[in-house]
Design a protein around this ligand. Structure first.
Ligand code: FE
Ligand code: FE
Length: 172
């Protein structure tokens, strides 16, 4: 297809994020399972639920713009999830693995924030006001998730990960 209108770009990006969110509904429960921190596990579990709601909002967006609900494989999300998975498969200290999980999750959230920011703006420009609102809601959930992950990292998980390394050095 040729991108000869903003409308077409909008639909392409919509299919991309729809598929990305679907991939995440499978990845987030695995991340919850892998988390050592209770708070981190709860954050992933909550965001799994939120992601299901985001998918429903996207389905309403497809409807508003008169398109069939259809995803298109999001290679960006596939790559981010694959990298996260590689880290989850590593052996290691739970505190460091939690820090790695947060980093992977924040990369995902930032990808989504970029995607929803663009989509929301395109929807506004194209006159799809209800779609723009729905996309804005998804954007805000991603931003809140990113913020929460930051709080968990800064509220102790990163420091605990740092102290694990320090202890090992002292023992050597
Ligand atoms: Fe999402
Ligand atoms: Fe998200």
């Amino acid at each position: 297809m040729s991108l000869d209108s903003l409308e077409k770009l909008f639909i392409e990006e919509l299919k991309d994020i729809y598929n990305a969110e679907k991939q995440l509904t499978r990845a987030l429960p695995r991340m919850a399972k892998a988390a050592d921190s209770d708070q981190l596990r709860e954050a992933f579990t909550l965001h799994t639920k939120e992601t299901e709601g985001q998918i429903q909002r996207l389905e309403r967006v497809f409807k508003e713009v008169g398109q069939a609900v259809r995803g298109k494989k999001c290679k960006g999300m596939e790559g981010l999830i694959e990298e996260g998975k590689e880290k989850m498969e590593e052996e290691g200290e739970p505190e460091v693995l939690d820090a790695a999980l947060i980093a992977s999750a924040q990369k995902v959230e930032h990808y989504e924030i970029a995607a929803y920011g663009c989509l929301r703006t395109y929807a506004e420009l194209l006159g799809y006001s209800e779609a723009a609102q729905l996309l804005q809601q998804n954007l805000e959930e991603e931003e809140a998730t990113d913020k929460k992950l930051n709080q968990l990292a800064e509220g102790g998980i990163n420091e605990q990960a740092a102290s694990v390394g320090a202890e090992e050095e002292e023992e050597e």
